[in-house]
Design a protein around this ligand. Sequence first.
Ligand SMILES: Nc1ncnc2c1ncn2[C@@H]1O[C@H](COP(=O)(O)OP(=O)(O)OP(=O)(O)O)[C@@H](O)[C@H]1O
Ligand SMILES: C[C@@](O)(CCO)CC(=O)[O-]
Length: 391
Amino acid sequence: MQTRLVVSCPGKAILTGEHAAVYSKAVVAATVDLRLRVFSQPTCDKLLSLNFIELGYIFVVPISTLSCIYGAIESLSHPGDIELLVRKLASDGKVSLPKNAQLASAIFVAIYLYCSILASSACSGLSLSIKSDIPLGAGLGSSAAYSAAMSASLLFHSYKFDRNTPGTDINALVNSWAFRAEQVVHGTPSGVDNCTVINGGFVKYSKGLPIETFYSGIPLQFLIVDTLVPKNTKTMVAKVAVDYNSDKPGVKSAIETIDSISNSLYGILKQTIHLPSSGTHPQQIELNMCQDQIATLITKNQDQLEFLGVSHNSLDNIVRAAGGCGYSAKLTGGGGGGCALVFVPQTKSDPDSLDTLKSAIEAYGYRIYSTKMGVSGLEIDFDGSSWTDPL
Ligand SMILES: Nc1ncnc2c1ncn2[C@@H]1O[C@H](COP(=O)(O)OP(=O)(O)OP(=O)(O)O)[C@@H](O)[C@H]1O
Ligand SMILES: C[C@@](O)(CCO)CC(=O)[O-]
């Protein structure tokens, strides 16, 4: 029997370009240092067991019950249609589904991946436990991390790769399944979230083109602020699509403007400015200029997102509070709630203003994350037995 596997994947933050990404426009994103882990182990009980630790929910289904899905899964016109098959099982009394929509969608993803990837060896059992630091449904890529970590776990247990497979091959294989899993959760994702969390670092992405990884030559610091307002990326993407497809005035040009914002940001971040340790040098002036340009791009991007109708009062509060203290801010991810990014230039002359801003944000009851960006992507621990059991 194979040993226990532990797969971990970080969250992500979109610096510029969300929503435009869905229309194949440029998006700049980075991983954030919050991770989701999947602990998995084959079992002999012929059950698929999912233990959602934060959500306090255990879902168990006999593998034989899923047999009617194996045959049907290849003929689905969209991975999201797995929901219809699983709901049919529920209405026939063969499985019981939670009322919580996030849990239900996590179960649809797991069944979709299990039946697609492991169908041929479907007689064995598998137990998976999911534990995460990434706030769920907050714009920080929890669904991409879940989709990627679940895909990697199931691919490993179906012998599609092992510890000798080159990492780039593993990432490409996992990414292709994580994208399908994201389609189950989001309907029409661009693919930026799964690519970013698997690849790691800073990335520029345009749907259909190879992802570009880069290390920012400009020191970048952001405050990540979670409004704690629940949001749903699928709904927000669908809302923009209605306006886009009906040619609502200004929508297509807003998407084009966001594309050019991301291209400009990428151009700035790719520069390398080596700062001497002290004094005012031409490099310092150049860095100040770059940081001013970044701040302007962040504000412009937020203006376009507000125009597209994907901001929220809580996000607007952060943008206003940041502006009042001399900082620029924007929503990140799907919008409609969830998180905002506040850009904190390294060269900002008045450090007290950051404390004032943090107090203003906390007074709203929002949560501030101080986390690193650009951390490593998908990680697989093939000797997972060294981990303490998360249960
Ligand atoms: N810890 C977890 N346990 C179970 N399911 C999870 C977990 N984290 C994420 N998910 C899955 O991800 C979905 C959340 O996706 P959603 O797109 O709404 O938020 P997000 O990925 O955090 O935000 P964004 O897509 O804007 O970055 C949940 O509905 C669930 O299917
Ligand atoms: C809103 C969106 O652009 C980013 C969500 O993190 C959707 C996507 O690109 O799939």
